[in-house]
Structures are given as structure tokens and as C-alpha cells.
Design a protein around this ligand. Structure first.
Ligand code: NAP
Length: 455
């Protein structure tokens, strides 16, 4: 009875925690509540007892905690997507191993529902594991990030999927059939690799979110293998939230999931080889020019992008924002849903720099304000402020909602060169008459701006 109560409390904490994580001000508490829930779930599982000794259990907890703490403290913010990929992969692999162990231990004694769940766990778990390892390798540049495409790729995947269904059916009917079972594991691993290699490195965050959802599905099916309600519920939560996040990311990029998975986006190296559609003179400004514009502005909107993360400019940026505020200007930060390289990337960095939550606005809340704004500072953002998304039907990002910075009186763009961003396309914002390009590393430029504003 007490065990069920603990599981129920853990489940409630997971659900409340997840809800709180959807808002920046409550996210930290939500994370903490979920961690407490996980602690209760572990306690309940330990109270259920089992075949392991305390030494084995404690050794497992210590090894896992050390790896988790060390990797989480050491990881660079820009390497977070591959870290999440690894964690998803480990989750999928764990589900696969538990299911294998259950089949080995109980075999034909397992009821039909658990036998079906074993097949799903090993297949989805194996696919998640190998797919996540490939996603990690692409992002870590251990293998080429560009899509790897070959003829008949999708048909091979379809055949593998059909093979997996047949093998899973076979083992469900005959739980002692270890040959087909091992083959099912291998098919899952191979399919995970084949599904992820055709996807470009830059689309990896979407795939990682999808794999996160798969790891939840694998966890939930393992819950059916073990008859563990908490695992079924948490697995389902992860599965559902992963797919919702995937959908949000696709919408933010105006791409369908099919296009991300099968489109081979980025197959031709785009960076630096973009077609030059934006023509016109670039007005380059100095840091002093930018400071003068900002000192005369009543309302300033700051738009951070991937380049802010690369140069770690968030602290210097907050200083600029604070100095302008103390000078009497209204300062807001506009966040595009897919700015940076992972969901919430900019929010996390701005929160780290202690930017007030009240100053941070989402695209739909701030987009009408640009036309009334004196100055916009674009810090290492490119695609998310590209007006071509509204005006150029042949642009790969046509239709993607963008921040309307081009409507502001003056736009100050901080970046190192005229290089394109993730989508590999020119940005006509950079040649508009109201745009001033200030070239250089964002952090260095902003640090000098701080000095300029103080003088
Ligand atoms: P972006 O379009 O990738 O552009 C980033 C810009 O930052 C580059 O043009 C680069 O120009 C500049 N930059 C790099 N290092 C810099 C430095 N040290 N100092 C100053 N500037 C620097 O970035 P974005 O506008 O944030 O757009 C995000 C893109 O990623 C979108 O296309 C989105 O669809 C895609 N995406 C996002 C997610 C997500 O979840 N957020 C997931 C998948 C894909 P220079 O080289 O000239 O400096």
C-alpha cells in the first residue's frame, strides 16, 4: 500500500513539475519537484525488493550519479543538444536491456501483454539508442554532419520495419525463439542508424526531441513488462511531451516532420555558398555609431540568436540592456521559438545572465511593437530575422514566422561577417537602408559598447 502511495505521489510530482517547466519563472521549481518525484519513485522501487543486494544497488546509484553530475557540470551550453541525445540514447538502451532480462528470466511465463511489451521495448529502445548515438556523433563532429543519402534508403527502412513486426510476432508466439529475438534487437539498432544518417546535423535538435519521445515510449512499454504503473505514466509523459516539442520546433521552422526526416535538408553544403539574392550596399557602422543610436532611443528591442550562444555574450548583453534602462529607455528582449539550436536556448542563456523575466517577450507578443521601436540590436541572429521569409517565395524559409525587426527605425546587427546562418541563405535585412552592420565577435563588441555607454 505504502509503495503504491509513493508511486502516486511521484506521478503527481512529475505532472506538476512538467507543467511548471513550461513557464520560465516556475521552471526551476518544476525541475526540483520532478527530481523529488524521481527520488520517491526510486525509494518505492527499492522497497518493492528484488534480487539485487544493497551493495549492487548503491554501486549503481554512485556510478550513475557521478557520471551525471560530472557531465552536466562540464558540458558547454552549445553542446547541450548532444548531451540530451546521449541521455535519450541511454534511456532507450536501458529499456531494451530490462526487456531482454525479463524475457531471459521469465520467458514463457510472461503474460501475452508483457510479451508484446518486451518486443516493443527492445525494438524502440534499440532504435532510440543507436539513433541517439548517431545524432550525438553528428553534433560532436565525430562523423559528417551532412545528410548521408543513398538510393533505396527509404525502402530499406520500410523492409526493416516489416521485418521487425514479423520477428516481434514470432517471439510473442514462441518466447523461447532467441534467434529471431536477437535479430529483432539488431534490426532495431540498424534502423536507428539508417533513420538518422539522412538527416542534416543542423536538423538534429528536432530529431533529438523525437528520439526523446521514443525513449519515453520505450520506457512506458517497459513499464508494461515490469507491471510498474509509475514507469508507464512517466514514459507516456516523456513520449507525449517529446512529440509536442517536436511539433513546436517544426512549426517554428515552418517545416513538416516528414520534411525534416526525409528532406535531406543541408545535403548540399549551404554555408558560404548561398545564392546571393540580397543585393544592395551594406552600411557598416562603428561601435561608437551604434552607441550614439542607442543613447537616443526611447524603446530598444534586443534580439538574441545562435551567435550570442557561440560568443557567450549574454552577460555583456544584459549589461548593455541595464545601462540603456537606467538611462530611461524601455528595453525588451524578443525570443524567436527556434532561435539558437535547441528549444529554450536563448531563455536559458538570458536567465543565466539574470535578465528579468518581465523583459523577455515571445514572438507573437512583441512582433507588433517593432514598427514603434527606435532601435533593435540583433545579436548573432540571422534566419529568425530574415525578411525573405515573408517576401521571397523561393526562399527555403519562406513562411517561417520571423521577428519583424526590419520595421524598426534602426537595426544594429552584431555578427562577424556576412556569412549566412543555419539555413545557409542570404539575409536582405543586412542591406536595408535602416540597418547598420557592426562586425566582430558579439561579446567583444558588446563589451566595448558597455564602455561607450558608460562614458
Ligand atoms: P542562425 O541563423 O544560425 O545565425 C547565427 C549567426 O550567428 C550567424 O549568421 C553567424 O554569423 C553569427 N555568429 C556566429 N558566431 C558569432 C559570434 N561569435 N559573434 C557574433 N555572431 C556570431 O541563428 P538564429 O537566427 O538563432 O536561427 C536559428 C536557426 O537554427 C534557424 O534557422 C532555426 O530553424 C534553426 N534551428 C533551431 C533549432 C532550435 O530548436 N532552436 C533547432 C533546429 C534548427 P557570422 O558567422 O557572420 O558571425
Amino acid at each position: 500500500m505504502i509503495i503504491e502511495v509513493l508511486y502516486l505521489a511521484a506521478t503527481v510530482l512529475f505532472i506538476v513539475g512538467l507543467k511548471m517547466m513550461s513557464g520560465v519563472p516556475t521552471a526551476k521549481t518544476g525541475n526540483l519537484l520532478s527530481a523529488v518525484g524521481m527520488g520517491l519513485a526510486i525509494l518505492a522501487t527499492l522497497m518493492r525488493g528484488g534480487e539485487f543486494t544493497w551493495t549492487q544497488i548503491i554501486a549503481g546509484i554512485v556510478v550513475g550519479s557521478v557520471i551525471g553530475v560530472v557531465s552536466a557540470t562540464k558540458v558547454q551550453m552549445t553542446a547541450m543538444p548532444q548531451m540530451v541525445a546521449l541521455f535519450n540514447g541511454v534511456g532507450g538502451g536501458a529499456s531494451q536491456l530490462v526487456a531482454i532480462a525479463e524475457l531471459y528470466r521469465s520467458g514463457s511465463e510472461l503474460p501475452l501483454i508483457a510479451l508484446i511489451a518486451v518486443q516493443l521495448s527492445v525494438f524502440v529502445g534499440a532504435l532510440t539508442f543507436s539513433g541517439s548515438v548517431v545524432a550525438f556523433a553528428k553534433l560532436q563532429e565525430l562523423m559528417p554532419g551532412r545528410p548521408i543519402l543513398f538510393t533505396g534508403q527509404h525502402w530499406i527502412n520500410v523492409l526493416l520495419l516489416l521485418g521487425a513486426i514479423l520477428l516481434g510476432g514470432w517471439v510473442t508466439v514462441d518466447p523461447g525463439a532467441w534467434g529471431p529475438f536477437i535479430l529483432l534487437n539488431l534490426v532495431g539498432l540498424v534502423l536507428g542508424i539508417l533513420v538518422v544518417i539522412p538527416i542534416g546535423g543542423a536538423d538534429m535538435p528536432v530529431v533529438i526531441s523525437l528520439l526523446n519521445s521514443y525513449s519515453g515510449v520505450a520506457g512506458a512499454t517497459t513499464g508494461f513488462v515490469l507491471f510498474n504503473n509509475a514507469l508507464i505514466i512517466t514514459g507516456s509523459l516523456v513520449g507525449a511531451s517529446g512529440i509536442i516539442l517536436t511539433n513546436i520546433m517544426c512549426k517554428g521552422m515552418n517545416r513538416s516532420l516528414t520534411n525534416v526526416l526525409f528532406g535531406g535538408f543541408g545535403a548540399v553544403s549551404t554555408a558560404g555558398s548561398a545564392t546571393i539574392s540580397a543585393t544592395g550596399a551594406v552600411s557598416e557602422g562603428t561601435i561608437d555609431d551604434a552607441v550614439t543610436v542607442l543613447q537616443n532611443a526611447q524603446q530598444v528591442i534586443i534580439v538574441p540568436g545562435y551567435g550570442m550562444a557561440v560568443s557567450q555574450a549574454q552577460h555583456a548583453l544584459r549589461e548593455v540592456g541595464d545601462l540603456l534602462s537606467s538611462d530611461g529607455a524601455t528595453v525588451k528582449y524578443a525570443i524567436h521559438p527556434v532561435a539558437g539550436r535547441m528549444p529554450g536556448h536563448m531563455n536559458v542563456l538570458l536567465a543565466e545572465a539574470n535578465v528579468s523575466y518581465d523583459q523577455i517577450c515571445d514572438l507573437e507578443d512583441i512582433n507588433d511593437e517593432f514598427s514603434k521601436t527606435d532601435a533593435v540590436i540583433v545579436v548573432g541572429a540571422n534566419d529568425v530575422v530574415n525578411p525573405g521569409a515573408k517576401t521571397n517565395p523561393s526562399s527555403p524559409i519562406y513562411g517561417m514566422p520571423i521577428l519583424n525587426v526590419d520595421e524598426a527605425r534602426t537595426v544594429i546587427v552584431l555578427k562577424r561577417s556576412m556569412s549566412p546562418g543555419f539555413a545557409g541563405i542570404d539575409n536582405e535585412l543586412f542591406v536595408l537602408p535602416n540597418t547598420m552592420m557592426v562586425f566582430g565577435d558579439a561579446k567583444q563588441t558588446l563589451t566595448k559598447m558597455v564602455q561607450g555607454l558608460k562614458n
